[in-house]
Ligand binder design. Structure first.
Ligand code: FAD
Length: 322
């Protein structure tokens, strides 16, 4: 730990770091599930130094063999109770957008918006409405950042982020800035080419079209109210716990409902009594409890239907080899 402190202090000095930097930072306060032990080091660079600091951090950490975990809004994560070893780079301050191109008329998609990775979806949608640009309303009410949504290829209302993506700007494994043009073959249901790579998404460019502000606001509001009515925000969670596999012939939540598993709980984690595919923290859940519940639900579904559910929520951090 002493070495990591020294490493971070040297880097701060070299890069003229400004922002927040903490050691032994509880990850429970950075995840929507409200669980997760301490990160050895958590750093959130101020926007002014982000473009210089992020590549310097990634390059130095790579050379030192120190792992870096990139954090968006923490809305799809179960962080281990033992926390995260190494550095957590929080992208939350890296927000903002630029409009490019001119959307000429309703439905015309020649316009685009380039968005910094840390921008929350709702903030972006509000800005698009002010500018009279539609196309991303389907993300309304979804917790998390644009970077996390590109990484996850987030999906709602039968639309995925990849449906509107033009290109992604990343820092690659060598900490070099690279523009990755959208390629249809690289994306599929909840899959992006950035999964399994050690890259930082800096931002993304999306297709937008001209639309009346009032229409955008109305649609976004309807979607937010719909999420609220389905209990999305009623308890800490990370959204849908399991992926929807078309081969099952019905949504994962319906399968879980039909087996009477709503309310089924293990150590403070429960299948939401109001939604079969939501696993919630009822107040005192541990990450281990959530994982045990996911395993128990998966086994029950497999035993009784033959289907193997695949978790959508990500288990990250130091699980102690378990
Ligand atoms: C109430 C609720 C409802 C939800 N509804 C939906 C839904 O309808 N559809 C859906 O798809 N999801 C849904 N989710 C899940 C979540 O909103 C999405 O998965 C979202 O994309 C997570 O974004 P994030 O910024 O929080 O990513 P995080 O949870 O912080 O990270 C997820 C992964 O992305 C990586 N990552 C994040 N940012 C970057 C970056 N800049 N560069 C590189 N890697 C990065 C992380 O390392 C991690 O591996 C819901 C969650 C909640 C809590």
């Amino acid at each position: 730990m002493g070495e990591l402190r020294l490493f971070m202090e040297n880097l701060s000095r070299k890069t003229g770091f400004s922002g927040e930097l903490r050691f032994d930072e509880p990850m429970a306060s950075h995840t929507t599930f409200k669980v997760g032990g301490p990160a050895d080091c958590w750093v959130c660079p101020a926007p002014a130094c982000f473009p210089e600091y992020a590549p310097a951090l990634l390059a130095a950490a790579r050379e030192a063999g120190t792992p870096v975990f990139v954090l968006g809004g923490g809305a799809n994560l179960v962080v281990a109770d033992r926390g995260i070893r190494g550095i957590v780079l929080d992208t939350g301050s890296w927000t903002g957008w630029d409009f490019t191109g001119e959307a000429k008329g309703p439905g015309d998609s020649t316009g685009s918006v380039t968005v910094r990775a840390g921008t929350p979806a709702d903030e972006l949608i509000n800005a698009l409405a002010e500018r009279g640009r539609g196309g991303l309303e389907f993300l309304a009410g979804m917790p998390g950042t644009i970077g996390g949504m590109v990484w996850m290829n987030a999906r709602c209302m039968e639309r995925s982020v990849s449906d509107v993506l033009i290109e992604t700007e990343i820092l690659d494994e060598q900490a070099e800035r690279v523009i990755v043009p959208y390629n249809h073959e690289d994306f599929s249901y909840k899959k992006s080419p950035f999964q399994g790579r050690k890259v930082l998404i800096l931002g993304a460019k999306f297709r937008v079209f001209r639309r009346e502000a009032e229409e955008i606001k109305k649609e976004a509001e309807i979607l937010r109210i719909d999420r609220e009515s389905r209990g999305h925000y009623r308890a800490p969670s990370a959204g849908s716990a399991f992926k929807n596999n078309r081969d099952f012939g019905k949504p994962a939540g319906k399968i879980i409902d039909e087996l009477g598993l709503r309310g089924f709980s293990v150590g403070g984690a429960a299948v939401a009594p109001w939604h079969g595919n939501f696993i919630i923290n009822t107040g005192n859940a541990s990450a281990a409890g959530i994982r045990a519940l996911v395993t128990a639900v998966t086994e029950k579904v497999r035993d009784r239907t033959g289907f193997t559910l695949e978790p959508e929520i990500l288990f990250v951090g130091d699980w102690g080899g378990v």
